[in-house]
Design a protein around this ligand. Structure first.
Ligand code: HXC
Length: 538
């Protein structure tokens, strides 16, 4: 493998131009040559290697992300300043990242795209400065930032300078968190501490087969722990979408991944001071759906798919599910009601009965906080048997992780509307956008059951003595007591009689009722007590 000769045009005098041309023409010719050289990145051979790895180039990715012809590049002539370790003769115009701004569906977006063809996309001091420049512009102009990652991490030859550059990026990721939406796209390696920039951003999109994220690669894992694992198994898209929860979206190709980012941006406001974008109404506001009356099974333990309810309620049945493969016992995602984006959170009876465990609590809490940052109203669909019991859950910290979800809902000031479709038991009833956590409108279907716990558990505790005294009749006595308990608690009317529910509705009317509630809440203003910031149980 031969190294690319850099052939950098650092001085205009390097460029031969016919002397008879007017001066400006000569200068423009030089500019054109330099720009062309900059666009070559690491050169033709490196671009070929990039293709053999199944990857697009940094510029091709930006072209797919942005509206055609809208990308405006910045800092195309920046070069690194290092001469150590043989880098003096290896300068590339633009260094290892392409930065700038463009439009997505006509709306301004800033982006950077790491260029693996230049020194493995490694982050030098100047690469960090280029990225920070677009981050600052995104923050000052109030526009989303998309970071496309394909990099070997800190440029080893630059030592502390490249580490400092990462620090500068992390700082901005944090300062602009909740100010402008930040999206990370992982289309190559993202190794070492470099993973923490994407981790601070709002959403991580990964391409299968090429996107990989890990703190240490397989070699270090083997040296430290003895475990042998492939790059893909350790940090590939599947691992992060299903096991770690680091990735929110996974796509089979880079094209699909970048199209997914465009789709997601269509739901988001440009910044925290704007409302999310209104789409033309595609579905009548008053559309009732009698099928909804038959989705919840009569038997309380029979599963059903909460996503069927979501799709029947939202505009055009279009639901962008976030974190689809992680903690599937809770469903979160974006959709529209009467053209306005909403964040949906629903327990999923189809998986682990919709119980709230550690992963589900963290997944839902982060989504609720995202929606609250960006003025996206929350619609919560409740069918939850409680928090997950178990030694693993307790040792894993279900107490502090479950608390995150309470905290997130309690703190959120966006319009909050909830519908209980079936079970709302115990602490999980309170957590799931209850009136007690200042939800605005709480509705229930007639099938709702609000209780401290399910009938079997409750009867076994409060009638323990009576059941044990029944001897041979214990089962019959238990059944009778369960029935009595069910008749008393398995309805929404005790909660409705206290005003904890604002209304009990015909399931068929769910869509129009939600739209009416959200229209009423459109100008809602709420606040938190003055403080520096709260102390969410992390
Ligand atoms: C300088 C780098 C580099 C780096 C890759 N290259 N990573 N140069 N600094 N960090 C160069 C390679 O030397 C090579 O150049 C070219 O990029 C392509 O790399 P290859 O190894 O040929 O590619 P591939 O086989 O696809 O492997 C990709 C890789 C591997 C898995 C990313 O390059 C790798 O392991 N790199 C080091 C990863 C790493 O440990 N980074 C530091 C992480 S710590 P030539 O010209 O020789 O072909 C970190 C700290 C951040 O980032 C701290 C933040 C707080």
């Amino acid at each position: 493998m031969g190294l690319i000769s850099p052939q950098i045009l650092t001085l205009e005098t390097n460029v031969t131009t016919p002397s008879e041309k007017p001066l400006m023409d000569q200068k423009l010719e030089t500019l054109g040559q330099m720009r062309q050289q900059s666009q070559q990145g690491g050169g033709a051979a490196r671009i070929q290697q990039q293709r053999l790895r199944g990857k697009l180039t940094a510029r091709e990715r930006l072209a797919r992300l942005m509206d055609p012809g809208s990308f405006q590049e910045l800092d195309a002539f920046v070069t690194h300043r290092t001469s150590d370790f043989g880098l003096a003769g290896r300068k590339f115009l633009g260094d290892a990242v392409v930065t700038g701004w463009g439009r997505v569906d006509g709306r301004q977006v800033f982006a950077y795209s790491q260029d693996f063809t230049v020194l493995g996309g490694s982050l030098s001091e100047v690469v960090g400065q280029k990225i920070c420049k677009v981050m600052d512009l995104a923050g000052k102009t109030g526009c989303p930032l998309v970071g496309i990652n394909d990099s070997g991490g800190a440029r080893i030859q630059e030592g502390a300078l490249s580490l400092a550059a990462y620090g500068d990026i992390f700082l901005r990721n944090t300062l602009y968190s909740g100010v402008v939406p930040q999206i990370s796209v992982i289309l190559g390696p993202s190794a070492g501490g470099a993973v923490y920039s994407p981790a601070i951003t709002d959403f991580i999109f990964m391409a299968q087969g090429t996107g990989q994220m890990y703190i240490t690669g397989p070699d270090v894992v083997k040296a430290v722990t003895g475990a042998e694992v492939s790059h893909e198994d350790l940090g590939g898209a599947a691992a992060h979408a299903t096991r770690s929860g680091v990735a929110h979206f996974v796509y089979a190709s880079e094209d699909d991944c970048l199209a997914g980012v465009r789709h997601m941006l269509g739901f988001l406001p440009a910044n925290n001071l704007e409302d999310p974008p209104l789409a033309p109404a595609s579905d009548p506001d008053s559309r009732a759906d009698p099928e909804l009356r038959h989705i919840v099974p009569h038997a309380p333990n029979r599963p059903y798919d909460m996503r069927h309810i979501i799709r029947r309620i939202v505009d055009g049945g279009e639901f962008l599910e976030v974190h689809q493969s992680f903690a599937p016992n809770v469903v979160v995602g974006l959709a529209r009601l009467a053209g306005r984006p909403v964040g949906l959170v629903g327990n999923q009876p189809d998986h682990l009965a919709g119980v709230l465990d550690i992963d589900a609590s963290v997944k839902a809490a982060r989504f609720v906080r995202f929606c609250d940052c960006f003025n996206i109203p929350l619609v919560t669909l409740v069918d939850v048997p409680g928090f997950m019991p178990g030694v693993d859950q307790e040792y894993g910290g279900i107490i502090r992780h479950g608390a995150k979800l309470i905290y997130a809902y309690a703190e959120a000031t966006v319009p909050k509307v909830a519908v209980i479709t079936r079970k709302a038991y115990g602490g999980a009833y309170i957590v799931m956008s209850s009136k007690h956590l200042r939800a605005d409108i709480n509705l229930a279907w007639p099938s709702a059951e609000i209780a401290v716990m399910g009938p079997e558990g409750a009867v076994n505790i409060i009638y323990r003595e009576e059941i044990s005294k029944a001897g041979a009749d214990a089962d019959a006595v238990r059944r009778r007591l369960i029935q009595e308990y069910q008749e008393k608690f398995t309805s929404p009317y005790i909660a409705a009689s206290r005003g904890f529910l604002d209304d009990v509705i015909d399931p068929a009317e769910t869509r129009p009722r939600l739209i009416q509630a959200l229209a009423m809440l459109q100008d809602k203003r709420d606040s938190l007590p003055a403080k520096k910031h709260g102390n969410i149980p992390l």
